[in-house]
Design a protein around this ligand. Structure first.
Ligand SMILES: Nc1ccccc1C(=O)C[C@H](N)C(=O)O
Ligand SMILES: [Zn+2]
Ligand SMILES: [Zn+2]
Length: 207
């Protein structure tokens, strides 16, 4: 079985949303201190690196991470190259055969330098999610930190995706991934209060 890791590595310096809590790992106890083990402590924004958004992120009444059905995070995925576009709407994916596909992963290639937070990204249009819902898609993945423009406040794409009962997966790494069908696994931790959660996102190559 060939596994392709499409997760960003987490390290001090992993870029986060401007002003948001940076990623940090530190040893809380050392083996010398405990006499037996090293024990670490993690601090980070829930939107660090490759992560999922729970509807609570942008909707006070929305579901939190632990409430999301796990079926959303596992299943047949199509990786499609949509690079070179300012935004992606229904017309950009109309030619795709989505039978047997439940996850659509968009390779926008609009975040080039992954060591810095991007100032401009390819974003999703409001008509994309309703169309994909009709086609049976239940997760949209993007290789950028947001499905809306970075400076958006009303987040039309986030809301249209939630209204279409589709899961948002952000910050996947598709640079080395060929277009085609894979099986995606991108499970969040069962965080009961959280608005988002980093995930280990992998593609299983069927060939
Ligand atoms: N972490 C933030 C801090 C401040 C303002 C926005 C964000 C976001 O995360 C928004 C983005 N749409 C996201 O879901 O990743
Ligand atoms: Zn997010
Ligand atoms: Zn988001």
């Amino acid at each position: 079985m060939k596994i392709i890791d499409i997760s960003q590595k987490l390290h001090h310096g992993t870029p986060v949303w401007p002003g948001d809590t940076p990623y940090s790992f530190q040893l809380n106890w050392t083996k010398e201190q405990t006499g037996s083990v090293n024990v670490g402590q993690l601090t980070m924004s829930t939107h660090t690196g490759t992560h999922i958004d729970a509807p609570y992120h942008f909707d006070h009444n929305g579901k939190k991470v632990a409430d999301l059905p796990l079926e959303r995070f596992i299943g047949p995925a199509l990786v499609v190259n949509v690079s070179g576009k300012t935004s992606i709407g229904a017309e950009d994916v109309q030619h795709l055969d989505l039978t047997e596909i439940s996850k659509l992963l968009l390779k926008t290639s609009s975040w080039e330098n992954k060591s810095e937070f991007p100032s401009e990204i390819t974003f999703l249009q409001e008509d994309l999610a309703p169309y994909l819902m009709q086609q049976g898609v239940d997760l949209i993945g993007v290789d950028v930190p947001s499905v809306d423009p970075i400076d958006s406040k009303n987040l039309p794409a986030h809301h249209s995706i939630e209204n279409s009962h589709i899961q948002i997966l952000e910050g996947i790494v598709l640079d080395e991934v060929e277009e085609g069908i894979y099986d995606l696994i991108a499970l969040p931790l069962p965080l009961t209060e959280a608005d988002g959660c980093p995930v280990r996102a992998i593609l299983i190559d069927r060939t």
